[in-house]
Design a binder for this molecule. Structure first.
Ligand SMILES: [Zn+2]
Length: 145
């Protein structure tokens, strides 16, 4: 989770919304990524999707069976779906996102009958720190001329 927060901070330093994600398999980090939507002009370049893409590339697999994903913020609908499609075993996330989250808020993707694989979900990891990184980023952004 610390690594996901480092990725979040690094994303913030690049001017991206500070969210970071890490994929772990058998106790080893397979991929880590932060948001790059602005840099890549790609709305799908969320940290979770980027980390899943990279992990699949590294492992040469379409799915990440048995892998766990750590992310600093509750995943959005797109990422919640990607996590399900990738067959992630456990999802650990930091702060809840009542505005854009899709796991414990919004559409509650994993509770839907159309969801064919739901990871085990553990929320609230380093919650305060995760939320603070985001809050600080948006406060500083507002203060820019
Ligand atoms: Zn997302």
């Amino acid at each position: 989770m610390e690594m996901a927060l480092d990725e979040a901070r690094a994303a913030g330093e690049r001017g991206e919304v500070p969210i970071g994600a890490v994929v772990v398999l058998d106790g080893a980090v397979v991929a880590r990524a932060g948001n790059r939507t602005r840099e890549l002009n790609d709305v799908t370049a969320h940290a979770e999707v980027a980390a899943i893409r990279r992990a699949c590339e590294v492992l040469g697999k379409e799915r990440l069976v048995g892998a766990d994903l750590y992310v600093s913020l509750e995943p959005c609908t797109m990422c919640a779906a990607a996590i399900s499609f990738a067959r992630i075993r456990r999802l650990y996330y930091g702060a809840e996102d009542p505005k854009g989250g899709a796991v414990d808020n919004g559409v509650r993707f994993y509770a839907q009958p159309t969801c064919h694989h739901a990871p085990e979900v553990y929320s609230g990891l380093n919650e305060t720190e995760s939320a603070d990184i985001l809050r600080t980023f948006f406060v500083e952004k507002r203060e820019l001329p």
